[in-house]
Design a protein around this ligand. Structure first.
Ligand SMILES: [Fe+2]
Ligand SMILES: [Fe+2]
Length: 242
């Protein structure tokens, strides 16, 4: 049994008077109080709000749980600063592989420097194809969902070029799910025959078009997802820490 905490869009901001740090602290202290510790924490992007080195320094608080910390960059992250923060080698997209229990996590960089929408580079798709060819039960993680969620502002900055990703996913029946962030909302949909799940936001929550103006609610409490992998099945829970 493998238990993953999926946290997204922390938006650590060194100019917000401590607000983002306080919200991350609420999630961290909740995770520390669990009766059974999680096996890893996944952060699907927008770790920092402005991509500043000082914001990544603040984000290192996430390491204090002492479990593997798996992170992908988002549109608010700076690729060079994020690469330093996660100590990744190379240049170009920051793609990383992580193994937790029986699971393989393909941590893909869907960011496009200087833009808010997303795209998986050809080299990322080729890398992903190789990772999935190992045949292990796999979770494909990136910031930008590759599907429309029915929210105009979010859909304008989704991951484009997703037909290319669908071809890769279709070749590998070992993909359990796609795990995303970016939309600051707990959503579940289907892409290329597998679940696509987005974690709620820590920094703020998306106002749905049928709720209000479709902006971001900064007063809603931070929330997260748990993914429980057991006997070949993935079950996802969406939680608002009390
Ligand atoms: Fe975000
Ligand atoms: Fe984002």
């Amino acid at each position: 049994m493998t238990l993953i905490a999926h946290v997204s869009d922390t938006h650590f901001d060194d100019g917000d008077g401590g607000r983002s740090a306080e919200r991350a602290e609420r999630v961290l202290s909740y995770l520390e109080r669990l009766r059974r510790p999680v096996d890893a924490v996944l952060v699907t992007g927008d770790v920092a709000d402005h991509g500043r080195a000082s914001e990544y320094s603040a984000a290192t608080v996430l390491r204090r749980l002492g479990v593997p910390l798996l992170q992908t960059p988002g549109n608010h992250d700076s690729r060079p600063e994020f690469r330093r923060y996660v100590a990744a080698a190379g240049a170009g997209p920051v793609d990383q592989i992580a193994r937790v229990g029986d699971l393989v996590f393909a941590l893909c960089d869907s960011s496009i420097p200087g833009r808010d929408d997303g795209w998986l580079a050809d080299e990322t798709l080729a890398w992903l194809d190789d990772v999935l060819a190992e045949g292990a039960p796999s979770l494909v993680c990136f910031h930008h969902p590759p599907v429309k969620i029915g929210h105009p502002a979010a859909d304008r900055v989704r991951q484009f070029g997703a037909a290319r990703l669908a071809e890769v996913i279709a070749r590998h029946p070992n993909v359990l799910a796609l795990l995303c962030g970016h939309v600051h909302s707990a959503t579940a949909s289907v892409f290329a025959g597998v679940p696509v799940l987005s974690a709620p936001g820590v920094a703020s929550t998306l106002v749905l078009p049928w709720e209000g103006d479709g902006g971001l609610d900064r007063s809603a409490p931070p929330a997260l997802a748990f993914h429980l992998y057991d006997a070949g099945r993935l079950t996802t829970f969406f939680v608002v820490p009390g």
